[in-house]
Design a protein around this ligand. Structure first.
Ligand code: C5P
Length: 222
């Protein structure tokens, strides 16, 4: 970033999984490592932005020069992102937010019940990026779409349904996407798209931030 395209801008990035507690010792989580989001946060910092990183439970060091807020559940991430994004220019939702949570969290460890099935009712979590998109002065919104099939169709549908400005789609499963160092992305925005071929997540994040800066700045007319 020779000329630091995001100098003076505020960027909020969410990263990692969320954990939805079932009881004091069990939870529902997912395989997001947080690496892509952490790399995006570092790349946005290098592009000159003031960066806040909202991190789910991950074991990654905080990139220097970044404000980090740790959360656990989707609802905690929702609250932290909404607070941080209020005056932000750009929000990048790289977190793999749990879609559902147990409707009640047991106060004590659940016990086996003589072979009877255990039923846990799951209720929907709020959609963080879709909530942000309804705000009157909303940041430029970038979502991620991790799909195991029909990448383009689901990604473009997500872009429209969530009313966001860009979606970064990647294939997951079988050594792709989660828990690996390399990734490839296909970017979609309302009137265009771009392919970022497979490369290390750190480099991919820099290319992604360059594309975000370009779309964001063309939207603000600067
Ligand atoms: O619908 P899906 O979860 O696949 O969409 C992924 C995108 O939506 C990601 O950017 C993710 O961070 C965001 N998301 C969210 N709140 C949720 C679920 C997903 O912000 N509850």
């Amino acid at each position: 970033f020779g000329e630091q395209p995001l100098r003076g801008r505020t960027v909020v990035v969410s990263a990692g999984p969320t954990y939805e507690d079932i009881d004091p010792v069990r939870f529902i989580g997912n395989r997001s490592s947080g690496r892509m989001g952490f790399a995006v946060a570092a790349a946005a910092r290098d592009a000159g932005a003031d960066v806040t990183l909202i991190a789910g439970p991950v074991s990654l060091p905080t990139p220097p020069g970044i404000r980090r807020v740790d959360v656990r559940s989707a609802r905690q991430m929702h609250d932290a992102v909404l607070a941080a994004a209020e005056h932000a220019d750009i929000y990048v939702g790289a977190a793999a937010v749990g879609d559902y949570r147990p409707d009640v969290e047991a106060a004590h460890k659940l016990k086996k019940a003589d072979g009877a099935p255990l039923r846990i009712e799951l209720i929907e979590n709020p959609d963080i990026i879709a909530t942000l998109s309804t705000r009157p002065s909303r940041p430029f919104l970038v979502g991620f779409a991790a799909e195991t099939r029909e990448l383009a169709g689901y990604a473009q549908d997500k872009l429209r349904r969530k009313r966001i400005d860009m979606i970064a789609a990647n294939e997951v499963g079988e050594g792709k996407g989660f828990e690996v160092a390399n990734n490839a992305l296909h970017l979609y925005w309302p009137d265009g798209d771009a392919t970022l071929p497979e490369m290390p997540k750190t480099e991919l994040a820099r290319r992604l931030v360059a594309c975000i800066a370009e779309r964001f700045l063309s939207g603000t007319g600067r």
